[in-house]
Design a protein around this ligand. Structure first.
Ligand code: H2U
Ligand code: ZN
Length: 342
């Protein structure tokens, strides 16, 4: 047997943010593909679409009319998965059948009045307005006594279930901390208790030393493919300064965040020469009034595409029943992405 080589031999990698593992099979990326091809939608869109429920001045599904907005626009989701008026209550049978009522607020954020743009097409100054809105919403929703977590996210592209190409994201704010941020809360708290430093601060230091998974970097943020990435071109944006939530971001940091958002998403669009689909979202400290000294602000990008604009990675079989698995190594993905940064 030869010596263990990360670029050749199957291995598992640990995700310290969730405590979970991913199986990496570098030798498999050469296998042939005769499976499903996703339909790539042509990207010719008008600046204004009279049938779009997000364009300025248009009517939404519930009959309300959008204002003639000029930059960003936020409204309560007409079909919110969570509602503020849900009565308190629970349903249990012993310890095995349990349900608890959940209150929350769901919002939709239009990033731009322009129907034909996406984040990477927007000017950094206009992306900055989206970041300002995210900050304001996190603070305002977080102040509500029944809101303990504010999840800011974007589904981009039909393949990610996005219902409308108009550039937009969502916010779901709710009375409990959902599963993914709850795992990260636990892992970061444990690390902070043991080391008195932020987990991601120490991780970022390792990455900035090794420099094999970095995609882009500026004065305040780094975008990289995490060592434990599950999705082929998964990335994470980590703030260089250790702070807990977007409410603590300085003016300079908001500019730098806007800039790295553009750089990263523009690089994505160059991978397969298509508007690159992904789900992205900000992870940050809960808003339940407790202190979270271990929490370190970051944003995840989970793009589904694997080997072309039309072939996506499936999370099936072993992924559903065992744990996630990937073929192309995070280092190879980072090499490819960093070469596409302009
Ligand atoms: P997605 O494209 O990521 O699914 O987000 C669009 C959201 O917009 C979706 O949650 C809401 C849907 O409920 N929506 C409205 O609130 N009003 C409408 O008129 C149509 C869609
Ligand atoms: Zn539109």
């Amino acid at each position: 047997m030869s010596t263990f080589d990360l670029t050749e031999h199957p291995h598992r990698r640990y995700n310290p943010l969730t405590g979970e593992w991913v199986l990496v099979s570098p030798h498999r990326s050469k296998r042939p593909w005769q499976g499903q091809q996703e339909v790539v939608s042509g990207d010719e869109r008008p600046a204004y679409d009279p049938t779009c429920y997000l364009c300025p001045g248009n009517e939404r599904a519930n009959g309300e009319q959008n204002p003639d907005y000029a930059s960003t626009f936020v409204f309560d989701n007409d079909f919110g998965a969570l509602q503020p008026s849900t009565p308190a209550g629970s349903f249990t049978k012993g310890s095995l059948i349990r349900a608890e009522s959940e209150r929350g607020i769901c919002k939709v954020i239009c990033f731009s009045p322009r129907h034909d743009l996406t984040l990477p097409d927007m000017d950094v100054a206009d992306i900055r307005k989206v970041v300002d809105l995210w900050q304001r919403e996190y603070e305002e929703l977080g102040k509500l006594d029944f809101i303990r977590y504010v999840q800011i996210f974007e589904n981009k592209g039909a393949v990610m279930g996005c219902s409308n190409p108009h550039p937009h994201g969502q916010i779901w704010a709710q009375s409990t901390v959902p599963v993914e941020p709850a795992k990260e809360t636990h892992q970061q708290a444990q690390y902070f208790e043991t080391h008195q430093r932020s987990l991601l601060q120490d991780y970022l230091a390792l990455e900035l030393e090794e420099r094999t998974r970095i995609v882009a970097e500026n004065a305040h943020f780094v975008a990289l493919v995490p060592f434990w990435a599950v999705w082929p071109f998964e990335t994470i944006i980590i703030s260089k300064r250790h702070f807990q939530h977007i409410g603590q971001m300085s003016e300079d940091e908001k500019d730098a965040f806007s800039s790295i958002l553009k750089v990263l998403t523009a690089a994505y669009d160059r991978v397969f020469q298509v508007s690159f689909p992904y789900s992205s979202g900000i992870h940050q400290s809960p808003t339940d009034g407790q202190e979270y000294p271990g929490w370190h602000f970051h944003m995840h990008f989970y793009p589904p595409l694997l080997r072309s604009a039309s072939v996506k990675k499936f999370m099936v079989g072993y992924e559903m029943l065992g744990n996630p698995q990937r073929d192309i190594t995070p280092e190879a993905a980072a090499g490819l992405l960093s070469n596409l940064v302009r």
